[in-house]
Design a protein around this ligand. Sequence first.
Ligand SMILES: Cc1ncc(COP(=O)(O)OP(=O)(O)O)c(N)n1
Ligand SMILES: Cc1ncsc1CCOP(=O)(O)O
Length: 530
Amino acid sequence: MPLDLSLYLVTDSTPAILKGRDLCWVVEEALKGGKTAGIDILALCLLISVGVTVVQYRDKTNDTGVLVETARKLHQITQKYNVPLLINDRVDVAVAVGAEGVHLGQDDMSLKLLPANAIVGISASCLEEAKKAIADGADYLGVGTMFATPTKTNTKSVIGTAGTQAILDAISDASVGTVSIGGINHGNAQRVIYQSQSPKKGLDGVAIVSAIMAADDPKASAEKFIQLIKTPPPFALTPKTARANEADALVQEVPHIVRKMVEVHPLVHNMINFVVANFVANVTLSIGASPIMSPYGDEATDLCQFDGALLINMGTLTSESVSNYLKAIKAYNERGNPVVYDPVGAGATHIRRTAVTQLMSGGYFDLIKGNEGEIRQAWGSSGVRQRGVDSGPSTLDKQQKAALARDLARRERNVVLLTGATDYVSDGERVIAVDNGHPYLGQVTGTGCAIGTISGCFLTAHRSDKLLAVLSGILMYEIAAENAAAKEYVRGPGSFVPAFLDELYVIRTAAGKGDDSWFAGRAKIQEVKL
Ligand SMILES: Cc1ncc(COP(=O)(O)OP(=O)(O)O)c(N)n1
Ligand SMILES: Cc1ncsc1CCOP(=O)(O)O
């Protein structure tokens, strides 16, 4: 029997999950997936999996007699679908019913009783456990716990996608299979797979308990998982046809996108550091959008209903910030609204480095924006040490910066903006270098943070091409800075700030009237070919 780990169902017999339904009925529904009645189920499921591909019978409460009886019934069902049945913890039960194998924890029963061809899965929550499981002969690893879950509260550790990726990376030479388990649902399954991917090894599937076993329609739930797993999410935007000069093509669109943003008048929910909040609110108003500052995660449930963007800027992190951010990210992700992440000072302290990992494995960011040190930290480079929030001396040349932005965007299926004298923005396919702006921007606190908020405004207004949205925001912003710095009364950062707000307002007013002259010939952008 083939071992396809793509959609791995772990059963649960507790009343809260089964809700009065028969365990075998739920499992059979999940095995059927979307198979149409009337078609020869066996023939069909051999051709294409549309339901779960492995079943693990996991029952922590019943006695051995019930376990054997239930396992036998389940086995009759799984055999119809040519899907392996594995038994959790109990090698003796697996042997008694002739199940295809077992799933064991690190300290569970010995394998001696099992036939040689039995499938053996072993749980692994860290690298040492993964290595031990491989040495013990595991065919696959149950890697987790991915996210905290009420289904199993006695988990050893919650490792997220970053922890999973580290394990996969370290065992990339082993031919062992891997599934992730813990808190996986329709909203995060794709992200779990692509964020956990290491360069040489990725997950073979996801293991699910409640999102199928407790679903009102287990068949539909399994089918939806299969769809999500089998169709990789697109990059933030893959250009439909490669264009000879991507930068020229994008430039033509920018004034329309700025007009659109002004018309939409987006709301941005800022979870932003207190140093820059006032300035960023004024910048947002000047471009014709609407800011709200709220560090309180529970408010996101209401605020995300306005279909604006969320900005997470961790410039003044506190002990409560991360849990508040995670609540807000979840609310916006579930609603499908844009989320921008500015990992300010990401490499400065151990706490910030940990926060980056927690946040990046806890949700999806449409845009990650930061200086070189921050983007390297988000990528997971070791040894990034920022002095405060500054990037520190650059260690990368232009091509390397462009490649870093592209690779992070490619991995995260999003857009990455690496800021500096030249900005690099990438959606994993295209990389555009932007040379607009003025050195005064580097002399005023908050000018970098405001780009996160501005990007949120543009991502809200223009959702079909995230790279173009972010690029339009940067160009509006940096051209306004150039215009402000050119005023004869601007002599330094102090006089620059009011002039800058004015120039943002001037562009916004022109765009609102359909006048694009502010943009003609001003963009200094080029595509970076890697
Ligand atoms: C596929 C898969 N992965 C991990 C587990 C957890 O197993 P274990 O650590 O033994 O915990 P219990 O399931 O015994 O609570 C699993 N069951 N399946
Ligand atoms: C058995 C197990 N092992 C680690 S988490 C978990 C339960 C996963 O349940 P759910 O898919 O409902 O989060």
